[in-house]
Design a protein around this ligand. Structure first.
Ligand code: AMP
Length: 611
């Protein structure tokens, strides 16, 4: 029998990455060429112009801060203008730029790299380690991502795999992978929760496991909450005190910033085992006007760390609460709770999770390796014929299209098992509308602009007809990797347009609001357009009522300051209402109606009292 080609599972982490494979039926980590199970997800351009990856890159970070990239996972699939990127720009010692499409570019030496290219260098290193281990080429891999990664972040991770020369068999969710590894080879039956707090991201999932079927019931998380945030809190505390004592902002010095980052992480890790630790950074800076070098020396206690980061831990707990509600389970219904990610060694995190889930976490799971092991289990299941593992994952966030009025029509609710496909019929929202714009949104907000825009496309050539007469089928499909495709079809002509959604996310709420308003004419109609017409009429009636009340109030308040103020406010509200009534957005009409209703109540109340 021919040797089966090796397939690997990769946990591409924010801080460290791990590669594993199935060895004689047992998932096993492959050590890297430095005999370590963990490879730092760090890429650097050395002073001599060599590209370094892993431990060797991490080791020289302090002396080469501006050309050393870490935590690229926090940036993957994001836009440069996204708020998280702008936050990152402030604290990262390496330089970020906006690419042509508002994508993020990272400068190393005199070259610019996209984030997938940087992640690809880490993946290529893992591939080489695996090839050294097997003594033959490795081409196929399963790569894990946080469950809460959106479509763009998943696509970008897949791109990174492709750039590294890997055929990415499947992208799977980290907590699901952890559950696969945990349940592998055991007879686990029942519901389990996976709490995964890593270097950059947080995820929690609830799964129903029975006879090799891993069915994810609900998942939630935050792709910008992890160990890095804890480190940043320590850095802020150090920098703030240092600035107070020496009148100097250490963040402006990139080398100092890198030393602070290392010291903060080291202190955090030490405090998992001790109650108190020293942070010592001699010669951290020199005073602006010259003089003796400045040193930073401080004691950080576990209590202080918990005070600095208490809210971050609380955030993880509230996400757990929400996910359990969505999964319709109580903590006591769970069979097991699994902790994943380096940050679950922090005593306060363990306490918070134990209190919330009312149980001890399950033993024997290695938090750093379990995700890669699960990826290996899945890689094996996808390539062998005799695997008994079945994985049913869910989509972490709802998906829908923007519709007239400024709302979202949701086609696929969050926590729907994937793969899935849904078709719904929509109508044109204007008379003689020959074009529709399909704006694909991901998120839970009812107002379109508060969701993330995943992508958009236009279907043209519709028959000129009265509003609502032309019918369009919109189909959403999510494959088992959580990657989304959308198509729209004119039911009359069969004309069709489709896209595999590629991220255009990262637009701010304001930008999206502006796009929605500018393109309102091209949107679909999900509910009857009569709603907008009816609300407009209601608003116009309210405007009349306010206009009638103004002279009455003016007379009753006899030019007093209160009266003048109230009337000026009412006039501004009327002006806004006039615009809203003429505009295309139901949201605006509703907002204006609310304001005018309050004005009417106020005016009537005052008139009543004065009478
Ligand atoms: P991961 O992404 O799962 O590799 O987790 C990495 C994060 O866990 C980083 O922020 C590390 O600083 C943190 N970490 C690793 N070990 C410990 C520890 N013993 N105590 C506290 N934090 C840790």
């Amino acid at each position: 029998m021919a040797e089966r080609e090796p397939v690997i599972g990769i946990d591409l982490g924010t801080t460290n990455s791990v590669v594993a494979f199935m060895q004689d039926g047992t998932p096993t980590v492959i050590r890297n060429r430095s005999s370590s199970n963990l490879t730092p997800s760090v890429v650097a351009l050395s002073k001599t112009g060599k590209m370094l990856v892993g431990q060797i890159a991490k080791r020289q970070a302090i002396t080469n801060a501006t050309d050393t990239v870490y935590a690229a996972k926090r940036l993957i699939g994001r836009k440069f203008s996204a708020p998280q990127t702008q936050d990152a720009v402030k604290v990262l010692p390496y330089t970020l730029h906006a690419g042509e499409h508002d994508d993020i570019r990272i400068t190393l030496g005199d070259k610019q790299y996209s984030v997938p290219e940087i992640s690809a260098m880490v993946l290529r290193e893992l591939k080489l380690d695996a090839e050294a281990f097997f003594g033959q080429p490795v081409r196929k891999a399963v790569i894990t991502v946080p469950a809460y990664f959106n479509d763009g972040q998943r696509q970008a991770t897949k791109d990174a795999g492709r750039i590294a020369g890997l055929e990415v068999l499947r992208i799977i969710n980290e907590p699901t992978a952890a559950a696969l590894a945990y349940g592998f080879g055991k007879t686990v039956n029942g519901k389990i929760a996976v709490f995964d707090l890593g270097g950059g991201t947080f995820d929690v999932s609830v799964l129903d496991v029975s006879s090799g079927v891993f069915d994810v019931i609900a998942t939630g998380g935050d792709t910008y909450l992890g160990g890095e945030d804890f480190d940043n809190r320590i850095i802020e505390w150090l920098v703030f005190d240092f600035a107070r004592e020496n009148n100097l902002d250490l963040r402006k010095d990139r080398m100092a910033l890198q030393r602070l980052k290392d010291a903060a992480e080291k202190a955090k890790i030490e405090l998992s085992n001790t109650k108190e630790t020293q942070i010592n950074l001699p010669f951290i800076s020199s005073p602006p006007g010259g003089g003796a070098a400045l040193h930073l020396q401080k004691t950080l206690t576990r209590d202080k760390l918990e005070e600095l980061c208490g809210d971050l831990i609380s955030r993880t707990v509230s996400i757990c609460e929400q996910v359990l509600v969505e999964a319709k389970v109580k903590p006591t219904d769970l069979k097991e709770m699994i902790l994943v990610g380096g940050m679950t060694r922090v005593p306060k995190v363990i306490d918070a999770v134990k209190t919330f889930f009312r149980r001890d976490p399950c033993k024997g799971v290695h938090p750093d390796e379990v995700v890669a092991l699960g990826a290996a289990v899945q890689a094996d299941a996808l390539t062998s014929t005799d695997s008994e593992v079945v994985l049913l994952d869910v989509t972490p966030q709802s998906l829908g299209v923007a519709v007239a009025g400024g709302y979202v029509r949701r086609l696929i609710p969050k926590n729907t098992t994937v793969p899935t496909s849904v078709t719904e019929i929509f109508n044109t929202s204007k008379d003689d509308q020959t074009t529709v714009k399909i704006m694909v949104l991901q998120g839970e907000a009812e107002l379109a602009h508060q969701n993330e825009l995943l992508g958009e496309f236009i279907l043209t050539g519709l028959r000129k007809a009265r509003r609502g007469e032309v019918e369009i089928d919109v189909t959403f499909e999510i494959n088992s990797e959580g990657i989304v495709s959308v198509s729209a079809r004119d039911r009359e002509t069969g004309l069709q347009q489709s896209i595999q959604v590629t991220a255009s996310g990262g637009l701010t709420e304001d930008e999206l609001k502006r796009i929605m308003e500018e393109q309102a004419d091209m949107l679909l109609e999900a509910r009857s357009g009569e709603e907008l017409t009816a609300k407009r009429a209601e608003l116009k009636a309210l405007m009349k009522e306010v206009e009638g009340l103004i002279p009455q109030l003016d007379k009753a308040t006899q030019g007093s300051e209160f009266g003048r103020d109230a009337i000026a406010k009412a006039k501004t509200a009327l002006e806004a209402a006039r615009k809203a009534a003429e505009g295309p957005l139901l949201v605006r009409v509703n907002e204006s109606a609310d304001t005018l209703n309050r004005t009417v109540s106020l005016f009537k109340g005052v008139l009543e009292r004065i009478k």
